[in-house]
Ligand binder design. Sequence first.
Ligand SMILES: C[S@@+](CC[C@H](N)C(=O)[O-])C[C@H]1O[C@@H](n2cnc3c(N)ncnc32)[C@H](O)[C@@H]1O
Length: 282
Amino acid sequence: MNKLWSEHVQGIMTLFLSRRLRFHDEFFPQYEGLFRLDPNRELKVLEIGCGPGALSEALHRWYPKAKITGIDRDSSFVAFAQATVPDVTFLEGDATRLPFENDSFDVTISYTVQEHVAPESFWGEQRRVLKPGGVCICLSARRGIQHTAPCLEMTQEEQAFWESIPQSEDELEKLGVCRYPMSEAELPASMEAHAFRAVSTGYAMIDLTPDDPKYPAELAEAMIDEGRKAALEAIHSAHSDGAEKAVAAVNQKYDERLRLYRAGIKQWDTAVSVTMMVRGVK
Ligand SMILES: C[S@@+](CC[C@H](N)C(=O)[O-])C[C@H]1O[C@@H](n2cnc3c(N)ncnc32)[C@H](O)[C@@H]1O
């Protein structure tokens, strides 16, 4: 039972809800052009480091004929994914020792995983389990744009709560998080160096601006609420007494943001995430 990531790095709901927005159908046209996968084929797809399963869930909607498997070494993520996305097979396992035969998948895909796994294993294992001619797609988060609404700025109650928690600066390093970061040039070069051919790159820009009228109310409110859930999950996972004031402050500020949205009082707060996509062929 490995729960390192879900307990120390990112909580289940924080990952699941943020990814559900990034892989919302609204944004599929941006991914589709680089994925270049045939929706009419019964593709065998493996998602590496699937976390709580939001990308696998989206892939199942976008490619309903595909047979999708997700693998992650965090047992809480896998249990959540199994309960939430019933049409996908989720397994606990290590990206550096994939429990699959050689030449068994048409596609391997991952989102924000490459930087945590040594390149030899990351590419080598995907190449091993891909069929000849199979496609490897690596999605990587890049620097985005963030503008916070004044009503959502960190409150004094939250600040006091976080200042009361002892911070362990090198905890993420100890857990092996982000040990292998790569620049926009290094990523495709590394894929080529590990014997993938026809390597191509592209970028998706996911613009989460709730006040933009192009977004239906349900999606706009999900954008606002994702921030609330992430803030509350972070407070709860600090396992510290005295969280009540911070929790109340978070709920109050997100209630206010929703009130402003519903009243049509625009804040134009925005979170734009940029995803680099690299695609190569075995
Ligand atoms: C930033 S999270 C991304 C999760 C998921 N792709 C998402 O976007 O929701 C990185 C994930 O990689 C997983 N991971 C890291 N190293 C791994 C390894 N060697 N084998 C399997 N999973 C790994 C972690 O458990 C975590 O779920």
